[in-house]
Design a protein around this ligand. Structure first.
Ligand code: NAG
Length: 320
């Protein structure tokens, strides 16, 4: 907010800096700030990707900070701070760069403001949609999202956070009427595109290997099918024992059990709280407490669920 407040009236009087000729008229490559800024632009995604991949392989931050959630939050603070530092450097850099008379018009300026606002909206709504752990690489810590986020802005853009950040750079460049800002934005864009090429497949790999693990665990529990068969038989027994009514249904329905279809009992079994099975954690969502203790797996073992289904089918049989 300070960022905005102090910069609502930028100095875009280009007379002071516009004395040079040639390329230096637009971009002062001799300004050290320009190189510090480019360094920061490149450094940030390299940093978070390096740390995240190391985390996926070695779980270093998880160990140091006592759990994947703590690790993710610490990384979130670091990445967020690096972003603030980079933005401050960017602003400082722009102020040391020449103003272009082409850009120093109200139209360009307000276009810049609009782009900045759109960019901020994309970034903020992305963070809101993904949550802190989803935004700040929690998946590399083993905190997987249970489903793909499809709400705004992910319904309009594939990588709204990167698009939003790029728009903020461009908007700021136009606001300050600095061509150097447009050049830096182009570098930001390229750096983000490379980061996405690098991150995208890796994130997919994390999710597909987690899904494969879950599937193989489910295949192992073939007893689920046995339970299902038992239940079907039980239901058949119930319906044959019940005079499948025409006229005598009034007294019949009050006492007769409605046959459970396999799907309804499954839905009910799934809806049962994990504790009712009495066999420990069956919650398929990551449990922070367990995660921190290193006990909870992001993908729950389907074993307890099998027990639950079997016991449920058994109960149907026992009751009759
Ligand atoms: C932004 O979004 C478009 C798709 O609308 C995409 O092609 C582009 O590469 C994205 N990336 C960045 C960094 O802006």
């Amino acid at each position: 907010m300070d960022y905005l407040k102090s910069r609502l009236n930028p100095d875009i009087s280009y007379t002071a800096l516009g004395k040079s000729t040639g390329l230096a008229q637009y971009v002062d490559v001799q300004s050290p700030w320009l190189w510090v800024c480019l360094g920061s632009v490149v450094f940030n995604p390299v940093f978070w990707n390096t740390v995240a991949r190391n985390e996926y392989r070695n779980k270093s931050m998880t160990k140091i900070f006592g759990g994947p959630y703590n690790g993710t939050y610490v990384l979130a603070v670091i990445i967020f701070s690096l972003g603030i530092i980079r933005d401050l450097i960017y602003e400082r850099t722009l102020l040391a760069q020449p103003v272009s008379p082409i850009l120093a018009t109200p139209l360009v300026r307000y276009t810049g403001a609009a782009l900045f606002v759109v960019g901020q909206v994309l970034v903020v709504t992305s963070i809101y949609a993904l949550g802190i752990t989803g935004t700040y690489l929690g998946d590399y810590f083993g905190i997987l999202m249970s489903h793909r986020v499809t709400s705004f802005p992910f319904n309009v853009l594939e990588n709204p956070m990167y698009n939003g950040s790029t728009l903020c750079f461009l908007g700021t460049a136009l606001w300050y009427a600095r061509p150097a800002g447009v050049v830096i934005t182009a570098v930001v864009f390229v750096v983000y595109e490379i980061a996405l090429m690098y991150e995208g497949p890796f994130t997919s790999k994390i999710y597909s290997s987690a899904a494969a693990k879950k599937r193989s665990q489910e295949i192992k529990s073939t007893s689920t099918e046995t339970a299902k068969t038992l239940e079907t038989k039980a239901n058949a027994a119930i319906s044959s024992a019940t005079p499948s009514g025409t006229s005598g249904t009034s007294s019949g329905t009050t006492t007769a059990r409605q046959p459970l279809t396999s799907s309804t009992s499954y839905a009910r079994a799934a809806a049962q709280p994990a504790s009712s099975s009495g066999s420990g954690s069956t919650n398929p969502k990551p449990v922070p407490g367990l995660q921190e203790l290193g006990l909870g797996a992001p993908v729950a073992s389907p074993q307890p669920r099998v027990t639950r289904t079997r016991s449920r089918a058994g109960r149907v049989v026992d009751d009759d």
